[in-house]
Design a protein around this ligand. Structure first.
Ligand code: NAD
Length: 284
């Protein structure tokens, strides 16, 4: 059995214009673009000194003073736009983009159903080639799992579980402290997307999302989600970001069971965040 985890790369990659110079851009987007050999053409953040420092550190040739300037220069260069700002800011930025450009939008797709619909409408009206950044379904271990499931190696899938028991340093993202809806929008949304990647859309979803007594200043930091497919498939997401005990007692795994086999994947990046731990892929 051979399993491929290679992504197809573009033959003629476009340059990239980035909006937002925060943690996700410096920790993930810029290292990934460098690894893939993609050219970053310009950067804008409304915090000018942050943008200048990131541009210097990553040798980005243009650090724009205004969003309008970044859009004008990026469009003239034929760039793909990379929007990596809090979700409440996405729509206003999309509305300024010219028609038909490519755009990668960091998750979540807005902070409410109304915002998600407005973002979708804007993308359609402007005929944008847009994608939401749900990278978990493209992680190598998930690509391998998906291939095994598609080949029927696990038989009929009947049990899917995502379990996160960890201590998340939420202070890294100050903008989350004013949100009315937090854990599902800004974290578990990845797991909802992941389960949809394997099982499609559920017929219903049940969810209870809760505060933690030591993190009352955040709207919610723990969730129990049931994705209801039918009378046979059990698909659950459990997250507890307030497990304030030993790092080696933390857990973060995705498990998918079928009538012929099961896969369990440890997602190391979530454990002891931001130090992280190893990824593990087990197949029985
Ligand atoms: N896909 C993932 O796994 C993942 C992981 C972390 C964060 N994110 C997402 O990325 C987004 C940003 O997160 P972060 O960790 O970089 O946060 P951050 O707070 O570190 O950075 C956000 C940056 O956006 C800038 N900004 C805010 N509004 C702006 C606007 N209107 N125009 C220009 N700049 C603006 C801020 O000045 C800040 O520098 C969030 O929506 C978050 O959900 C995704």
């Amino acid at each position: 059995m051979s399993v491929s985890t290679k992504h197809p790369l573009p033959v003629h990659p476009k340059a990239i214009a980035i909006i937002g110079a925060g943690g996700i851009v410096t920790d993930s987007h810029l290292p990934a673009y460098r690894k893939a050999g993609f050219k970053v053409f310009a950067l804008y953040d409304r915090d000018k000194s942050k943008a200048q420092s990131v541009a210097r550190q990553w040798q980005i040739p243009r650090c724009c003073d205004t969003l309008e300037d970044l859009i004008a220069q990026g469009a003239a260069e034929g760039c793909v736009f990379d929007i990596a700002v809090p979700a409440s800011e996405i729509l206003a930025i999309l509305q300024k983009l010219p028609e038909r450009v490519g755009v990668l939008i960091q998750k979540p797709m807005g902070e409410s159903l109304a915002q998600a619909k407005a973002i979708l409408d804007c993308c359609r009206q402007k005929k944008l080639i847009a994608g939401i950044n749900f990278q978990l379904r493209r992680a190598p271990f998930m690509m391998a799992a998906k291939q095994l499931v598609m080949e029927g190696q696990l038989g009929d899938i009947h049990d899917v579980e995502m379990r996160v028991i960890c201590q998340t340093p939420w202070n890294l993202w100050q903008f989350l402290f004013e949100k009315e809806r937090m854990e599902v929008n800004y974290h578990s949304i990845h797991y909802i997307d992941l389960i949809r990647y394997f099982l499609g859309d559920p017929q219903a979803v049940y969810c209870k999302t809760m505060k933690h007594p030591k993190m009352l200043e955040l709207a919610q930091t723990r969730s129990s989600i049931i994705m209801d497919y039918d009378d046979i498939v059990r698909a659950n997401i459990h997250t507890n970001h307030g497990h304030d005990y030993a790092p080696d007692k933390q857990e973060c795994f995705f498990k998918i069971e079928g009538t012929r086999g099961a896969i369990k994947i440890q997602i190391g990046v979530i454990l002891n965040y931001p130090q992280g731990s190893v990824d593990k892929f087990e197949y029985e």
